[in-house]
Ligand binder design. Structure first.
Ligand SMILES: Cc1cc2nc3c(=O)[nH]c(=O)nc-3n(C[C@H](O)[C@H](O)[C@H](O)COP(=O)(O)O)c2cc1C
Length: 324
């Protein structure tokens, strides 16, 4: 069994999967700024992978070597598709497979998928078993979930641990809590104790509200966990995983060049195949923390194409170099 997880130094810091955010472009941008120990893809529907609509989901699985180790995150409801997906993901060269059992979006939950599985343990077990069978010990299978559905429910955590995933990532909130309350990092310690009590080798990764690597180190140490997964923190600081650099160390000019580099990579990767607003939301990250940033941000958020964005950035840079 080749399990890359066991070769990583602890604590393990991971970039969280985020739909319409952590595609191959953003992962390459983050890898250049400061690389996490592991990347995850956006969640990819296994039913879609084997349907006529495959081309609508397959972009989620595009990657470059700079993003390794890379785990493909999948979701769905039909165990036979998880089995097939596992085989296909091995052929595609992924380092691991993660099962999404935590997404609270009503569309997926109503299908009984993702966090819906917290209320359907027989299907959750079938899905884990089918994926493991497909992965055939060639790559590791992990699970990302929440602390419970309506209330914190350690019997769900115990159930997942019994399935012996290579890694259990716990977003420390319930499904009902969405992202509306602070993450219950204090509960991670109980998860770790439960893992230890059954002498399991499953790695425990905590997730939710981590702001910096230092914050991650403290939270992980307090819980006794093996690592932390960090998502939205990169919007404030794409350099978060470097542990030393922050975006605020950069001049406005540097920030604009980062934006342009990000956009160029996007154009080279996706051309016209993705909607421009998916890229545009990142402009807020770079147009931040300097005089005039708010105005610039508003102008950038109204652009409709890369060409327009380039023009806005060019006039901003020109005004900077020749102040009135
Ligand atoms: C825009 C967005 C998209 C997300 N998409 C996914 C996803 O595809 N799969 C998943 O497991 N979690 C997804 N999440 C949840 C994150 O992985 C993470 O669990 C959550 O944001 C809490 O961590 P954070 O506070 O560090 O952001 C998403 C979160 C956000 C904000």
């Amino acid at each position: 069994m080749s399990n890359f997880w066991n070769e990583l130094n602890k604590p393990i810091f991971i970039l969280a999967p985020m739909e319409d955010v952590t595609d191959t472009v953003l992962r390459q941008v983050i890898a250049r700024c400061g690389k996490p120990a592991v990347f995850f893809t956006e969640f990819t529907n296994v039913e879609g992978m084997f349907s006529k609509g495959e081309r609508h989901v397959i972009h989620r699985l595009q990657y470059t070597e700079a993003e390794r180790p890379l785990v493909a995150q999948i979701w769905g409801t039909r165990p036979e598709n998880f089995f097939k997906a596992a085989k296909k993901l091995i052929d595609m060269g992924f380092d691991g497979i993660d099962l999404n059992m935590g997404c609270p979006a009503s569309g997926v939950m109503q299908k009984g998928a993702c966090s819906g599985l917290i209320n359907n343990r027989p299907l959750a077990k079938e899905i884990i078993d089918a994926t493991k069978e497909g992965a055939a010990g060639i790559i590791p299978v992990s699970v990302k979930t929440r602390l419970g559905f309506r209330a914190i429910d350690f019997s769900w955590i115990a159930f997942v641990l019994e399935q012996k995933p290579a890694v259990l990532t716990v977003h420390a909130r319930t499904v009902s809590e969405m992202s509306k309350v602070p993450a219950h990092w204090d509960k991670l310690q109980t998860v770790v104790e439960m893992r230890n009590a059954i002498n399991s080798t499953t790695l425990i990764i905590g997730n939710g509200d981590v702001k910096s690597l230092r914050d991650a180190q403290q939270k992980v140490a307090q819980a006794g966990a093996d690592g932390a997964m960090i998502g939205r923190g990169i919007f404030d600081n794409p350099y978060l995983f470097s542990g030393t650099i922050t975006l605020n160390d950069k001049t406005p000019q540097e920030k604009m060049h980062l934006l342009l580099d990000h956009m160029q990579l996007w154009i080279d990767t996706w051309g016209d195949s993705k909607h421009f607003p998916i890229l545009r939301k990142f402009f807020k990250v770079y147009a931040n923390g300097f005089p005039g940033a708010q105005d610039l941000r508003m102008q950038l958020m109204e652009t409709q194409s890369p060409e327009e964005t380039e023009q806005v950035v060019a006039s901003f840079l020109q005004a900077l170099s020749s102040p009135v």
